[in-house]
Write a protein of this length. Structure first.
Length: 307
């Protein structure tokens, strides 16, 4: 197949391209200077020229709690514009299959865990990343509407849990929790810092999946697109406390200091665990343990620092 991959330079895109299945297909992954997804006319021109068989839409502005709270306008507008342009251009040029990557942020903050796909739009969103979540919800709904109006076009959405892995962003100003933890602990060990802060009391629970596992699921979705549910969570089916992530990462990094809980900091939802019932029924399951995933991610972090 000829596949258009948006966001090919991001963590999900790079893991998708590194997967062994990529060699069997013509994957086009234009960089932002080659194709500005915020420019609808440019996206239409690209679709007309290359006519992909399938689009994997993984592009977007991403970041942790701090970044989302600092830039809610950009997280809403950029992600909405990018997603809308890709989906509507795909519809305009009759691209038959589109796989949209969403986020577990789309679930209501008080939804019952594990989070089931039918819970979307049944309650109030988590305020710390509401703008990002709204954009993701609207793009997923747009995919559904296009498929409903034009049955020849099948546009589906995958909702992954939180991710970490190779090619992650480790800058504390924009990183998610796991890469931020690895960077923080590495720096504390390097500088001899005796104590590391944890936002909140550390009891909030999070589900972080290794990005290589998501790439595996995405390639199965590409090759078995017709059997893929219209909307499907992808995750582990279990979670860990924030304290557990810190303790596991500390053992890996070799940080032997103490932890201090900063109760003044925001922590987001108390738990965010996705249901994997649809994925299990479809025949996919994550394979990488937290320990193995952290080890591979930390090795990548050290490799990048030493360049």
């Amino acid at each position: 197949m000829r596949i258009l991959l948006t966001g090919g330079n991001g963590m999900v895109g790079r893991n998708f391209l590194e997967h062994q299945a990529a060699s069997g297909h013509d994957v086009l992954a234009p960089r932002s200077h080659e194709l500005d997804l915020r420019d609808y006319q440019a996206v239409c021109k690209w679709m007309a020229q290359y006519q992909p068989d399938l689009i994997l839409h993984a592009a977007g502005k991403v970041g942790g709690i701090e970044a989302n709270m600092r830039e809610p306008v950009n997280f809403l507008v950029d992600n909405l514009d990018i997603g809308r342009n890709v989906v509507l251009a795909a519809q305009a040029f009759h691209i038959p299959r589109l796989l949209n990557l969403s986020s577990s942020c789309v679930y209501p903050r008080d939804a019952l865990n594990p989070l089931r796909e039918e819970a979307i739009l049944t309650g109030t969103l988590e305020p710390t990343n509401e703008g990002y979540a709204l954009a993701k919800i609207m793009v997923a709904r747009l995919c559904e509407y296009v498929s409903r109006e034009t049955p020849a076009l099948t546009y589906k959405t995958i909702i992954p849990c939180n991710l970490f892995g190779r090619h992650d962003a480790f800058d504390p100003a924009r990183s998610h929790m796991v890469p931020a933890i690895l960077h923080k602990l590495h720096e504390a060990k390097r500088t001899g810092t005796a104590s590391v802060d944890i936002w909140g009391d550390g009891t909030a629970r999070r589900e972080f999946m290794y990005a290589g596992d998501l790439a595996d699921c995405l390639w199965q979705a590409v090759t078995q697109f017709d059997t893929l549910p219209l909307t499907m969570n992808v995750g582990l089916g279990h979670d860990f406390s924030v304290n557990h992530y810190y303790q596991t990462a500390a053992a890996l990094v070799g940080f032997e200091g103490t932890f201090k809980h900063d109760l003044s900091k925001p922590v987001g939802m108390k738990q965010k665990l996705v249901s994997v019932d649809r994925a299990t029924e479809w025949g996919w399951k994550a394979k990488t343990s937290l320990e193995d995933g952290l080890a591979r991610t930390y090795a990548f972090y050290l490799q990048e620092r030493n360049k």
